[in-house]
Design a protein around this ligand. Structure first.
Ligand SMILES: Nc1nc2c(c(=O)[nH]1)N[C@H]1C(S)=C(S)[C@@H](COP(=O)(O)OP(=O)(O)OC[C@H]3O[C@@H](n4cnc5c(=O)[nH]c(N)nc54)[C@H](O)[C@@H]3O)O[C@H]1N2
Ligand SMILES: Nc1nc2c(c(=O)[nH]1)N[C@H]1C(S)=C(S)[C@@H](COP(=O)(O)OP(=O)(O)OC[C@H]3O[C@@H](n4cnc5c(=O)[nH]c(N)nc54)[C@H](O)[C@@H]3O)O[C@H]1N2
Ligand code: SF4
Ligand SMILES: [Mo]
Length: 913
């Protein structure tokens, strides 16, 4: 009998593998594709065999498919406000750019790109600018992210190389997380660390962060240091190692330069002086130093709390110095581990996508490298000098020197410091081109030409993760609308500018092959980045490329797990360099007028400016609003309570008002405030945190100091507070009626939180003007609140719930009433009285995957389920993506009142240094 083959099923369902587009962990993702490239995607899971994640995903990765909303996409090119064809758009860009170059020279043109571009996109952008247009004015948001680590690597190792790999995290004795909240920002690595500690309970984890973050759930020690003092801490460690017989003299002798000078500079930093300067108890410092000196293996995992600093490069080298001195590098479970933020920041570094790099880890000022690249590209206009770095690029645009700025895959109006300057720069430019996937961003508001780019699931190419592993991001569906790939758009413009041959690409495989060939050109072992063995892949081989770690051996095509294992480095004499460090304070210092430190960063479920994660309602459940966290003692002094609005001002605000709801938080130091930077003007009338940071940056790396602003605060008195919830068009119509709003979208309806200087009663007239004619409405006015509930055929259309003080009405409750069912009279009354029923009083959702709420969890803990695994068994929470496990652990800790013996003491901290 013939076996019946169900061909329909085979065509319909295919398991495809790709890579998550968010963080630098670079997790492999499996998706079921139904109906081919024009079909649909479902059943997204972590790839079991991908070495970055072995099947795990965090919450952002898990909910990727929910972010692909076509309504939020830019679908057609728009040129000076009018829809245009691609030919029109690219020929206008080429003509305008050529005329600007003719009049003002190539440096009047700039590209501001992104670590979220694929390697192929990046390669073409870099080649076009540096080889053909003839300017190095191509920089990226990676400047804001890891440029300090790049310079620290180059100074110490001779090349921008991250020596460690993820497995090292599982084979170490001491893991220091410094300036990293990995539990929220690199969650899959954090899960790997968690598992490693379970397997080896002797492994020590130390968190160095002014705030007690969720990452502390795993910490044996939390060093809550005064912000900006990490270089002091690591200089002190170097000094301690020298005095405690913990140096690797042979390694220092054979493999390094400059030890004596570095130690001499660090010798002033005794434990007592470190403790005093970092404002941490002596016992805490001693414990950390003792562990580093005595445990055989140690990793220092560092991120934005180190890099985003005016002395970020020095901090990186202060860390590397300690690893070189103790020989804790190039060995399993040891090394300085700079963790990258964006999915392809590493790929960008590989192609040379920053303004001070040439290409393929080759240098602008090296004549041999220059000759190699010139010949390889057949470049008519190869650059001879570095270009502008991000902050300077926007300054140059504001000064009229840069006249054409092409912004690609980044949202600088929201994410750069000194928003006032960035806005002025874009207003001043003759031509602003923005390539984005989203239809609305703060930056698109300034675009003369908006170009729709393909996004994740459509894009096709490669990315490199934090451990140098190259993976494929595969095209799974056809581009939405008229969107084109970034490399395609750049190539079209390149051809329209007359460089037909150099930009004739038809497929990303051709670009990848060319990039790999360039890394191998005249290399002969002089650069670790040698992808030569991949330079001859054809399209089919490229399509089936499996994750690869570089450097690649010519014979075996396998990655070298750990670099520097042989004690040799990529400097001219093959030795690593110690760098003598004199710690410096942050430049944005507090003063009598601006007395508070502003720290900024990330939350667990949002990605940057929320153009993607903001589309997934589930990702807004963990935290649904911006905030400014304030220590309870400061709150008392400022006379503010949870939910009150507070205005933040900095010397550089430039008239941009920033107003945020207060969150009282005793997990940070007095005098220091924290705000997430995710919410932008697209998400709220006054959520523009970048306006509070002045753009001060590291002279060596150009990386801005985003963790240390100086601000003053004043409570904002409003007469009315509340929210408007319901049909999107009605809610939007009411935005104009509000002075202040936060904008969040729930699963089914639109919702804005508002505050207004008018009292609730006098707002009514304004509100009623907008009510739909075909609807019924009921109001209830009490002494302190006013509600309007609008229904159509008894179904909820709009609810306006106002009060004379901040309210906290659960969005989920409103969602459940807006489900298309008729409302009961009790439900309408509940709404009018602004009183949710019992089911909604169970607290916020902690586990978004299974919708498990805080109070349910606390109840279960009280009943004896005081392990994360136990809670998972009882309630399922934490058993899918696992992102909430750290929060479950903190709930267990706070609820069961059995706290770990953290080596922490109350210290009194003054505001000023
Ligand atoms: N959920 C989520 N994950 C992300 C991202 C996201 O947007 N959302 N973005 C990705 C990107 S691009 C990046 S760069 C990474 C960033 O990842 P992280 O660097 O982990 O994230 P941040 O929240 O910016 O900052 C980390 C911590 O630095 C601390 N810090 C501030 N000042 C100091 C200091 O002086 N010393 C020390 N030691 N610590 C300090 C802050 O309190 C904060 O907890 O996250 C990546 N992952
Ligand atoms: N205050 C403060 N500011 C910060 C930071 C901080 O800690 N504090 N962190 C800094 C850091 S580390 C980073 S990395 C930056 C991140 O800041 P941004 O890069 O500005 O943030 P994103 O929201 O990721 O912006 C990416 C944009 O590209 C679009 N996009 C997505 N995919 C594609 C694509 O394939 N092609 C194109 N053309 N567009 C695409 C998105 O819709 C979005 O508009 O923020 C920096 N700014
Ligand atoms: S940790 Fe999360 S955001 Fe980062 S790559 Fe993995 S799934 Fe994506
Ligand atoms: Mo970043």
């Amino acid at each position: 009998m013939l076996l019946q083959v169900n061909t329909k099923h085979q065509v319909a369902n295919k398991l495809v593998q790709t890579t998550c587009p968010y963080c630098g962990v670079g997790c492999g993702v499996d998706v079921v594709q139904s109906g081919g490239m024009t079909g649909s995607l479902s059943e997204l899971k972590g790839s079991a065999e991908h070495p970055a994640n072995y099947g795990r995903l965090c919450i952002k990765g898990t909910h990727l498919l929910e972010t692909l909303d076509g309504n939020k996409r830019l679908l057609k090119p728009v040129v000076f406000g009018q829809p245009a064809s691609w030919d029109e758009a690219t020929s206008i860009i080429a003509a305008r750019m050529k005329s600007i170059i003719e009049q003002h020279g190539p440096d009047a043109v700039a590209i501001y790109g992104s670590g979220q571009l694929l390697t192929e996109d990046y390669y073409v952008a870099n080649k076009l600018m540096k080889g053909f247009i003839g300017t190095a004015n191509i920089d990226t948001n990676s400047r804001l992210c890891m440029s300090s680590a790049v310079v620290a690597h180059k100074r110490a190792f001779g090349e921008d190389i991250v020596p460690c790999n993820y497995e090292d995290l599982e084979h170490t004795d001491l893991l220091i997380l410094t300036g990293s909240n990995a539990a929220w920002t690199h969650p899959v690595l954090f899960q790997r660390i968690e598992r490693a500690k379970l397997r080896n309970p002797d492994m020590k984890v130390v968190v160095v962060d002014p705030r007690e973050t969720d990452s502390c759930s795993l910490a044996d020690l939390h060093v809550a240091l005064k912000p900006g003092t990490d270089a002091v801490l690591f200089c002190g460690l170097l000094n301690y190692l020298a005095h405690h017989n913990a140096l690797d003299d042979t390694f220092i002798q054979n493999s390094t330069n400059g030890f004596a000078e570095a130690l001499a500079e660090a010798s002033a930093w005794t434990v007592a002086k470190v403790a005093q300067t970092c404002d941490v108890p002596v016992a805490v410092i001693e414990q950390l130093f003792n562990w580093f000196a005595s445990l055989p293996r140690a990793i220092t995992f560092f991120s934005m709390g180190i890099n985003q600093s005016t002395s970020g490069v020095d901090k990186g080298n202060a860390i590397i110095n300690c690893h070189l001195a103790s020989g804790k590098i190039g060995k399993e479970g040891s090394g300085p581990f700079s963790i990258t933020g964006q999915p392809n920041a590493m790929g960008g570094r590989e192609v040379g996508g920053l303004s001070n790099m040439l290409a393929a880890h080759m240098d602008i000022d090296n004549p041999e490298h220059h000759a190699t690249v010139k010949a390889f590209w057949q470049a008519p206009n190869l650059i001879t000098k570095p270009g502008l770095r991000a902050v300077d690029m926007f300054q140059a645009a504001a000064d009229g020197k840069v006249k054409c700025l092409w912004i690609m895959a980044t949202n600088p109006v929201a994410s750069m410091p000194n928003r006032a300057l960035v806005e002025a720069a874009l207003k001043n430019c003759e031509l602003v081109i923005v390539s984005d996937t989203a239809a609305q961003t703060d930056t698109l508001n300034y675009a003369h030409i908006a170009l729709p780019a393909t996004g994740w699931s459509e894009k096709n190419g490669t990315v490199t993760n934090s451990e140098r592993r190259i993976s494929r991001q595969r095209g799974l569906v056809e581009p939405m609308g008229e969107a084109k790939h970034d490399w395609e758009i750049l190539s079209m413009v390149g051809r329209a500018m007359g460089f037909e041959e150099a930009f004739a690409y038809q497929h990303p495989a051709e670009i990848f092959a060319e990039h790999c060939a360039l890394t191998a050109a005249n290399n002969n072992g002089s650069r670790a980045l040698d992808l030569g063995p991949l330079a001859d892949l054809n399209i089919a081989q490229y399509d089936s490329l499996r994750p690869q770690q570089w450097p690649l051996s010519n014979t075996h095509r396998i990655g070298t797990d750990r670099l520097f294992a042989d004690g040799s480095f990529y400097t001219p004499d093959g030795k690593a360099n110690f760098v003598a460090i004199t710690p410096r304070l942050p430049e944005q210092q507090t003063s009598a007028e601006y007395p508070f430190v502003l720290n900024t960063g990330r939350v667990r479920d949002q990605w940057h400016t929320m153009t993607r994660t903001g589309n997934a309602p589930r990702l807004l459940k963990h935290i649904d609003r911006p905030w400014l966290s304030i220590h309870p003692v400061d709150a008392q002094v400022l006379d503010v309570k949870d939910g009150d609005l507070i205005k933040a001002e900095a010397a550089c605000s430039g008239g941009i008002e920033v107003i945020l709801p207060v969150k009282i938080d005793d997990k940070q130091r007095r005098g220091e405030m924290f705000a997430p930077f995710h919410w932008s003007a697209t998400w709220g009338s006054h959520a523009r945190v970048g306006a509070l940071l002045n753009g001060a940056n590291d002279a060596l790396s150009g990386q801005p100091e985003l963790k240390h602003g100086a601000i003053k605060l004043s409570p904002v008195a409003m007469q009315s507070y509340g929210l408007v919830y319901g049909e999107e068009t009605l809610v939007n119509a009411l935005q104009s009626a509000t002075y202040y709003y936060l904008n969040t979208l729930t699963s089914v309806a639109a919702c804005i939180e508002i505050a207004d200087q008018r009292d609730p009663q006098s707002m009514v007239a304004e509100v009623i003007k907008h009510l739909p004619k075909d609807a019924q409405w009921a109001t209830l006015q009490g002494p302190h609140q006013l509600s309007i509930v609008v229904t159509r055929k008894n179904k909820l259309v709009l609810a306006i719930l106002l009060a004379d003080k901040p309210t906290d009405i659960p969005r989920d409750w409103l969602d459940s009433l807006y489900n298309g069912d008729e409302l009961s009279p009790e439900q309408i009354n509940g709404l009018l009285e602004q009183q949710p029923d019992d089911a909604f009083l169970l607290g916020k959702v902690v586990c978004s995957c299974f919708g498990v709420r805080e109070n349910t969890i606390k109840q279960a803990i009280a009943e004896g389920n005081n392990t994360v695994a136990g809670l998972g068994k009882a309630l399922k929470c934490g058993t899918n993506c696992g992102s909430c496990k750290t929060e479950l652990a903190s709930l267990i800790e706070s609820t069961s009142a059995v706290s770990k013996p953290h080596l922490k003491e109350e210290t009194t901290n003054e505001y000023a240094l």
